[in-house]
Design a protein around this ligand. Structure first.
Ligand SMILES: [Zn+2]
Ligand SMILES: [Zn+2]
Length: 345
């Protein structure tokens, strides 16, 4: 079968490898759709610890597929079932895992991050992932494409849940990439009035074409825009969906009393610490929140949003490729052309 492997920094290759063999406790999944994430691009550009010419890694953690083969001890699952995958596998023992937060486990493993992922025609699902519920049978009306992009949607939803969004509140999303779009869609679904900000007017234009309900701002006086947008009150919700320290610091003066800020995009270690004026937190009684990845429960919840027609996720998929063209897809994603790039198998 074909698989896209990372061999080191700036070195990905579509190579021929053996179809994985499964044991009695494992599942073999035939990949149907897999999406490219900013994390894949960073791993491609920077390499990844433990990955080199002799230890390549198959990338891809946003995916769905059809069950091809099931080990004889595997409960519930049958060949032919169509499933989405929450890619974070916890140890199952620590307090985070016991609380259902496998994505916060110190010893977590994840497909395409530190074990072989989904940019391959087949993928082996280990028994821990099966018995901990990482696979989700797709509910009615959810396609394999939608299930693949449900993974980042569930991560955005994790951030969303920290912000106690109320209908009619004013929300700003900074960063008009795929994650920013997903945040905007979730906020809109919850009845918030949504604006997006980005350095690229072109990207904001693209966002508005798929979300006519948003306001957008591309300029250097975000404070003036925010005053106008919120009728002088300030933002109830701000989400930073970009890895930029100055953006995090810039949110605090823009907030309304009791406002909630979610630092969604992580900041590269070399750019920490980020100086913030904590008096805004104090005098405006702000809530600063963070979120990373998503839980399996959140992954299943957002699948429900798609299934029930509450949120249209299909429109984030702007570019589709065959597996043979995957390196072109990576290059286009790196150049931030389009929003979400999806590979078909
Ligand atoms: Zn991702
Ligand atoms: Zn754990």
């Amino acid at each position: 079968m074909k698989a896209l492997k990372l061999f080191g920094p700036k070195d990905i290759r579509l190579v021929e490898v053996a179809v994985p063999e499964i044991d009695d406790n494992e599942i073999l999944l035939k990949t149907e759709a897999a999406a490219i994430c900013g994390t894949d691009i960073r791993m491609w550009q920077n390499g990844c610890q433990g990955v080199d010419e002799t230890h390549p890694l198959t990338l891809g953690h946003e995916f769905s597929g059809v069950i091809e083969e099931v080990g004889k001890n595997v409960p519930f699952y049958q060949p032919g079932m169509v499933v989405g995958m929450q890619p974070n596998i916890g140890c199952g023992i620590c307090d985070a895992c016991v609380a259902g937060n496998f994505h916060l486990c110190e010893d977590y493993r994840a497909f395409g991050i530190n074990m072989d992922g989904a940019f391959a025609e087949y993928i082996k699902i280990p028994s821990e992932a099966i018995v901990r519920g990482n696979l989700a049978v797709l509910p009615n009306g959810v396609s394999c494409e939608e299930a693949a992009v449900n993974e980042p949607l569930s991560c955005a939803y994790n951030g969303f849940t920290k912000c106690s969004v109320q209908p009619g509140e004013h929300a700003l999303v900074v960063g008009a990439g795929p994650i920013g779009v997903m945040h905007a869609k979730l906020l809109h679904m919850a009845g918030a009035i949504v604006a997006m900000n980005d350095l690229s007017g072109e990207r904001l234009e693209q966002c508005r074409s798929i979300m006519p309900f948003i306001s957008t701002y591309c300029g250097d006086d975000l404070a003036a825009f925010t005053r106008e947008f919120t009728l002088g009150r300030g933002l109830d919700i701000a989400i930073t969906a970009c890895p930029v320290p100055s953006v995090q610091a810039a949110m605090l003066p823009l907030m309304n009393y009791g406002g909630r800020v979610n630092f969604f995009g992580g900041i590269p270690e070399g750019k920490q610490p980020v100086p913030i004026n904590t008096n805004f937190v104090h005098y405006k009684e702000l809530f600063l929140t963070g979120s990373t990845r998503s839980s399996i429960a959140q992954f299943r919840r957002t699948l429900g949003f798609i299934s029930q027609g509450l949120l249209d996720i299909r429109s984030v998929i702007t570019d589709r490729y065959a597996l043979n063209d995957i390196t072109d897809a990576f290059e286009n994603a790196r150049q931030a052309k389009g929003i979400k790039h999806l590979i078909h198998f």
